[in-house]
Design a protein around this ligand. Structure first.
Ligand code: SF4
Length: 225
C-alpha cells in the first residue's frame, strides 16, 4: 500500500475558471473575476492533498463480477467491462482534506451563495488536478511490463457501477490513513475526495474505453470530459 502525503500540486493560475464558466453558462465578468482571484488563494492555502493506493492481482472476470486473488469482488457491468483483459488493478482514494470543506461550509452558512459557487468550482478543479497527478503516478507504477498499458479510471457511482461499491474499495484501502471515511450513504468525508480504480495488462488485451464519460448517457453534464 502506498500513501502520498503533502503532495505538491502544480496548480494552474486560472484554476476553476473553466468549470465556473460552465456553471455560469457564460464568460465571467469583472466582479466574478475578482471573487475568483480572492477565493483561489484562500482555497489553495487550505488544501492538504493526500492519496492512498495499492496493487491487486485479478483472478478472473465472470459476467458482471471481477474476482481478485485477495478475495475481494467488484460487481457491475461497466467495471467488469473496464477490467476485462487486465492482469492487475490499482484502486485509489485521494482527498483535498477537511479544512477546505470547512471554509466552504462557513461561506455557505454566511449566505454568500456566489462565493460558495466560486469556491466549489475552484475546489472541484483542484480535485481534478490532484486526480491527474495521482493517475500519472499510478500509471507509471502499474505498467509493469513493456507491452502493458493502463485502462481509464472508473469510480463507484459512475454509470452502472453503484455507489454501494465504495465499501469494496474502502475494504481494500484504509481511507482513514489519509483522513477519509465513508458515511452511511457511501459518500466520502471530506466531501472533496474521490476514489476509483485503474486496470493494467497487455496493451492488446485491456479495455480501450478512453474515459468514463464515454460510457455515460448524461450528454449535457458540465463535468463531461
Ligand atoms: S458525463 Fe458527467 S456524470 Fe457522466 S461520467 Fe462524465 S463527469 Fe461523470
Amino acid at each position: 500500500m502506498k500513501i502520498l502525503d503533502n503532495i505538491d500540486l502544480d496548480i494552474p493560475l486560472d484554476i476553476g475558471r473553466d468549470f465556473l464558466e460552465k456553471v455560469m453558462g457564460s464568460e465571467i465578468n469583472a466582479p466574478l473575476e475578482r471573487l475568483l482571484k480572492e477565493k483561489t488563494s484562500m482555497c489553495v492555502e487550505n488544501i492538504a492533498p493526500k492519496a492512498i493506493y495499492d496493487r491487486f492481482e485479478i483472478d478472473k472476470v465472470d459476467g458482471d463480477r471481477v474476482y481478485f486473488k485477495s478475495g475481494n469482488i467488484f460487481n457491475g457491468p461497466h467495471i467488469s467491462k473496464i477490467l476485462t483483459g487486465s492482469k492487475t488493478a490499482i484502486p485509489y482514494i485521494f482527498t483535498l482534506g477537511g479544512q477546505v470543506d470547512r471554509i466552504i461550509n462557513e461561506e455557505s452558512r454566511s449566505g454568500d451563495t456566489l462565493a460558495t459557487i466560486v469556491m466549489d468550482a475552484i475546489t472541484t478543479s483542484l480535485l481534478d488536478t490532484l486526480g491527474d497527478f495521482v493517475g500519472d503516478r499510478i500509471k507509471r507504477e502499474g505498467i509493469e511490463q513493456q507491452n502493458w498499458g493502463a485502462t481509464c479510471a472508473y469510480s463507484p457511482g459512475q454509470y452502472k457501477w453503484t455507489i454501494e461499491e465504495q465499501k469494496k474499495i474502502f475494504k481494500m484501502l484504509d481511507g482513514q490513513k489519509i483522513g477519509v471515511e465513508l458515511n452511511d450513504s457511501y459518500l466520502m468525508l471530506p466531501f472533496k475526495s474521490l476514489s476509483g480504480v485503474y486496470g493494467f495488462g497487455p496493451e492488446d488485451r485491456i479495455d480501450k474505453t478512453r474515459v468514463a464519460c464515454d460510457l455515460c448517457p448524461r450528454e449535457n453534464c458540465i463535468g463531461r470530459r
